[in-house]
Every structure is written in C-alpha cells, then in structure tokens.
Design a protein around this ligand. Structure first.
Ligand SMILES: Cc1cc2nc3c(=O)[nH]c(=O)nc-3n(C[C@H](O)[C@H](O)[C@H](O)COP(=O)(O)OP(=O)(O)OC[C@H]3O[C@@H](n4cnc5c(N)ncnc54)[C@H](O)[C@@H]3O)c2cc1C
Length: 406
C-alpha cells in the first residue's frame, strides 16, 4: 500500500491529508508535526483566539475523531531532521526512519529574531498556538504593549490589543505600516487607521536602547529621542522560512523557498506547499512565494489532487485577507512594486480597491471593505486580457468582466 508522508501539520499539511482522502487516495496518510498541538487555524492566533473570543476546540481544524475516521495518522511533537530521497525515507529527531512513496513538505516558518532585542521573560514572538496562549496570558496582565514591526502580525495584534483596552506602541523601521506587503500609499492609510484608534505609531524609527530590570524589559529609548515605558513586547518582524529539512534532502532552494514546478513538485513524488514553496504559477507566469493561509491550504488541495489523480498544474490565484478593527482587507493575485496602480472607490471612507497592472494586464487587486470588486478583480486577473485603466475606475466592473476580449 502506498504511503504519503506529510511533514508539517499546518495549513498546507493538514489540507493535503484530508484532500487526499477526498480524492480517493486509499494508501496510508501520515502527518508528522513538530507542533505539540493538532493542526489549528493559525489566522485566529492574532485575532479571535488572542482576544479570547474563541477557544479550543474551535481553533482546531478538525476533531480528533475526524483523523481516525479518515485514517490519518497524526504524529505530533516529532521533528523530521533529514532523510534520503533515493531511499525514500525521512529521519526523526528522536531516532528512527519513516519510509514514504510520496513526501509532502509544508514546514512554514520561524519568527525572525533581532540580535539587539534582549532575551527577556516579557519579550515574545507569535507563530504557534502555544505562542498565542502565552501572549494572551501576558496581555491579560499588561497595560502597555510594544510591537516591534508593523507587518500583518504586528498590525493585527495592535488591533486586538486595542480592542482589549491596552495601550499600544508600534515601532516600525519603514516609513509606513505594511509597506512591504501593500506599498506606501496603502500603508499610509493603515497608519491613519491605527492612529485614529489610539495606537501610538512610530514609523521610520528604531529602538536605540532597551531598559531591563531582572529578566523583564521595562522600557525603551526610541530613535526619535523619546523614552517609553512598556510592560510587554512582541517582536513581529517576519519569518525565516523553515528550509533546513529541504536543504538536507538536497531540494533546490531559491528566493527564500524551495523551487517547485507548476504542479508544486520539487522532485519525483516530492511536493512542497505553503510558505516555503516558490511556485511557478501557471496563470501569473512567474515564480511566487506567498506567506498566507488560503494559499497554503490551496497548495495542500492541489498537491493531493496531483498525488491521487496524476501530476497537474495548480493554477488557483493567491488570495489573502487581514482583519483589523472594522477594516477588512482582501487581496487576489500577486503584484510587484513597479506595477501601475489604478484606484477605484473612496479612500477616505475606507471603501476602495486598487488594481495593479503590468502591460495593461491586471496582476493583483487589493480591496478594503470592497469584497465584490475584489472578486470581480480576480476574474480580470484570470482573463489575462488587457484592460483600459480608466474603465477600471469608472465602468461597471461586472460588465467589464463579462465583455468579450478586445
Ligand atoms: C498569528 C498569525 C496570523 C495569521 N493571519 C493570517 C491571516 O489573517 N490571513 C492569511 O492569509 N494568513 C495569515 N497568517 C499566515 C498563515 O497562517 C501562514 O501563511 C500559513 O499558516 C502557512 O501554512 P504552512 O502550512 O506553510 O505553514 P504552517 O501553518 O506554519 O505549518 C508548518 C508546520 O510544520 C511544522 N514543522 C516545521 N518544521 C518541521 C520539521 N522539521 N518536522 C516536523 N514538523 C515541522 C510546524 O510545527 C507546523 O506544524 C497568519 C500567521 C500567523 C502566525
């Protein structure tokens, strides 16, 4: 009987396991995860779970009984450290090998650390359920949270902490929040959103000095010349993709990930998905690596389809969202910084979309509180046909999407 070994019990790994069964794969399915919790919904960890609005079991992706019913063997708290593709086996950190016919890697990433930040009891990072529990408990006791970094995790935790009534200070090195992911102009809007809701946002700034008492940080001196007291710190400056295992297996590494083909295959019968996959996207026509939940889950389903039904391209467009306060962001496709941006809607009212075009073809669409436009934008991206930028601003988009190619 064929055995599929899935290393990583996150978005990509868990989706692969269940989709294999849905696709009729009848062999063994084994999920090996370094996490000591069974797979959970990671996006909740900076939002509803952190704020105490949902708890276990809702945070878990499946009941324990579902794994048994689908004959998915979950091996938690076990780390794979190496293996041999030619011998078709992986090695466990605690000793022993696991043989495979198909290998799937969905390893995610590890929060990046900054060497200048002291190791202290109240300096945390956020990636796992365990991290979120620790942050939730610490927030309970804290009154002023310092966030280092205003990417998605920093911005979402800021919004959650404000909702819990905490004082929040953000120190971000770049000129605006979320600049790397969303660009300068949208980042400016996010700076306003957070400031309007009481967050002290210091951009273009760094911490020059850390003040500690015992094993706790008590305050910081910021490069803008101010000193601030804080009683909890979250370092949220992105992740390092977990590439030690792919490297040990001799897979091709590139662009911070593992290079995979259009069907997410890294080598014969070896598939890679989620945050660590540098995917040659068949619709967008270029290699992309995306650190988002729906992409990871979609990869899992695509990998399962290839294993169960024969290798095939995975063509779903990247999609992600971020909820902060009452502001809902959605993004489809994948744009680059030098694409032309065409705005539609009302920035002041926080109801708008931005289309990103290259050579007249829509590559990505970002929407704030504008879900319908985002959905239609996705169809324009998939169509790969040139559109008139002014039509994107003015026309009835449903008509534009439905109109014959020019
Ligand atoms: C707090 C938080 C909030 C987020 N919110 C959003 C959001 O709102 N929207 C959005 O689109 N995205 C969000 N994301 C991003 C999203 O969760 C990730 O992109 C997604 O989880 C990636 O899935 P993955 O399967 O690649 O990795 P992960 O979900 O990180 O899973 C990786 C798994 O691999 C295991 N592992 C790693 N190495 C080994 C090894 N050697 N041996 C065995 N197991 C190993 C890990 O323990 C883990 O179980 C959020 C992320 C975080 C941390």
């Amino acid at each position: 009987m064929a055995r599929a070994v899935i290393v990583g019990g996150g978005g990509a790994g868990d989706a692969t396991a269940f989709a294999l069964r849905k696709r009729g794969f009848d062999g063994e399915v084994v999920v090996i995860s370094a996490d000591d919790d069974r797979p959970y919904d990671r996006p909740y960890l900076s939002k509803e779970f952190l704020r105490g609005e949902i708890d276990a079991p809702k945070v878990f992706l499946h009941d324990e009984a579902e794994y048994a019913k689908e004959r998915i063997e979950l091996r938690l708290d076990q780390r794979v450290t190496g293996g041999s593709l030619s011998e078709r086996k992986v090695n466990l950190a605690g000793g022993g090998d696991v043989g495979f016919d198909f290998l799937v890697l969905g390893l995610g990433g590890t929060p990046r650390r900054l060497p200048e930040v002291p190791t202290a009891q109240n300096v945390l990072t956020l990636r796992s359920l365990r991290d979120s529990r620790a942050l939730r408990e610490a927030l309970d006791r804290a009154s002023r949270l310092l966030l280092i970094g205003a990417g998605f995790i920093g911005a979402e935790v800021a919004a959650s902490a404000r909702k819990l009534g905490k004082d929040v200070l953000i120190v971000e090195a770049l000129p605006v929040p979320l600049q790397r992911a969303l660009g300068r102009e949208v980042g400016e809007i996010y700076a306003r959103i957070h400031r309007d809701r009481g967050v002290d946002v210091r951009t273009g700034a760094r911490v020059d000095r850390w003040h500690t008492e015992g094993d706790r940080v008590t305050g910081v001196s910021i490069s803008d010349g101010t000193d601030e007291d804080v009683d909890l710190v979250l370092v949220a400056v992105g992740i390092e993709p977990n590439l030690d295992l792919p490297k040990a297996l001799g897979l091709a590494l590139e662009g911070g990930g593992v290079r995979v083909d259009e069907g997410l295959r890294a080598a014969e019968n070896v598939y890679v998905g989620g945050d660590i996959a540098l995917h040659q996207h068949p619709v967008l026509g270029r290699s992309i690596r995306v650190e988002h939940w729906e992409v990871a889950k979609g990869h899992g389903r695509g990998i399962a389809a290839s294993i169960a039904g024969g290798h095939a391209p995975y063509s779903k467009l990247p999609y992600f969202w971020s909820d902060q306060y009452d502001v809902s962001l959605e993004y489809r496709g994948h744009a680059s910084g030098d694409d032309t941006a065409v705005w539609r809607g009302d920035r002041e009212a926080l109801t708008f979309s931005v289309f990103y075009l290259r050579e007249g073809i829509v590559q990505g669409v970002l929407s704030m509180n504008d879900a319908k436009t985002n959905e239609l934008g996705g169809k324009l991206i998939e169509s790969r046909r040139p559109v008139d930028p002014s039509a994107l601003q003015l026309a009835d988009l449903a008509e534009l999407v439905g109109s014959p190619a020019s």
